[in-house]
Design a protein around this ligand. Structure first.
Ligand SMILES: Cc1cc2nc3c(=O)[nH]c(=O)nc-3n(C[C@H](O)[C@H](O)[C@H](O)COP(=O)(O)OP(=O)(O)OC[C@H]3O[C@@H](n4cnc5c(N)ncnc54)[C@H](O)[C@@H]3O)c2cc1C
Length: 200
């Protein structure tokens, strides 16, 4: 539906803080144009999500404490749409991956091959986006899920993407049967060239 920053009456302009269409302009370390003044959460351009705001708050606290925290990679922030079926994403979309990495390889694993999804009557799929062509090794840079309850699978997906795991590294990890998370393992098996249970 669309939401915007609520900064109009906060006195930021009067304090000399730079805004852009109501959003507070910050650098990669969440500092405004005023040294010692930071911004976090929905007033910072980007994903307007609670967990992003939490992490930015932690970042600024650590920055002020002199702990030199690692900058937050916006593309690594997981996104879930709590609809039915659910949508969940971590990392880059296929289009973003092509812009950043050039050649990419994608794979869609159909939940029809996943036992727990069959038990639940859930349809949908797991889409993997790997940097590099089909014959080259490269990290998985994006994972996109669609289907009933797939939001619960985003934690493993964001670990894979944020740690830069390669398909064959995830393929050798054992996933419990029958779980929907098994579909993530199966998708990586398929992308590593050794599909196990595949139905469409
Ligand atoms: C309907 C809805 C559903 C959502 N669902 C999800 C979800 O499922 N998952 C998710 O991750 N995110 C969700 N979000 C987004 C999430 O709520 C926001 O990203 C998050 O609350 C942003 O945190 P924030 O601290 O930046 O801002 P806020 O939580 O809005 O806090 C800002 C605070 O500043 C106060 N304030 C404003 N102006 C002033 C002023 N001049 N002086 C003093 N105080 C002031 C406000 O009263 C408020 O308490 C949802 C948002 C909405 C509206």
């Amino acid at each position: 539906m669309g939401r915007g920053p609520n900064t109009a009456d906060a006195g930021l302009v009067e304090a000399g803080i730079t805004l852009d269409r109501g959003f507070v302009t910050v650098n990669g370390r969440l500092s405004t144009n005023h040294t010692g003044v930071y911004a976090v959460g929905d007033i910072v351009p980007g994903l307007q999500l609670a967990h992003r705001g939490f992490q930015q708050g932690v970042f600024v606290a650590e920055e002020i404490a002199g702990l030199n925290p690692a900058p937050i990679d916006e593309s690594g922030i997981p996104r879930v749409t709590y609809s039915n079926p659910e949508l969940a994403s971590g990392g880059l979309t296929e289009t973003q991956a092509r812009e950043r990495h050039g050649d990419v390889t994608t794979l869609v694993y159909d939940l029809a091959g996943n036992g727990k999804s069959q038990i639940l009557g859930a349809s949908g799929g797991v889409k993997l986006v790997k940097a590099g062509g089909p014959d080259t090794d490269g990290p998985v840079v994006g994972i996109h899920l669609a289907g009933s309850r797939v939001g619960e699978m985003i934690s493993e997906a964001q670990l894979i993407v944020n740690w830069g795991a390669h398909p064959n590294e995830v393929a050798q990890l054992v996933h419990a049967h029958p779980t929907q998370s098994e579909a993530l393992g199966e998708a990586h098996l398929a992308l590593a060239g050794k599909p196990l249970h595949a139905h469409s």
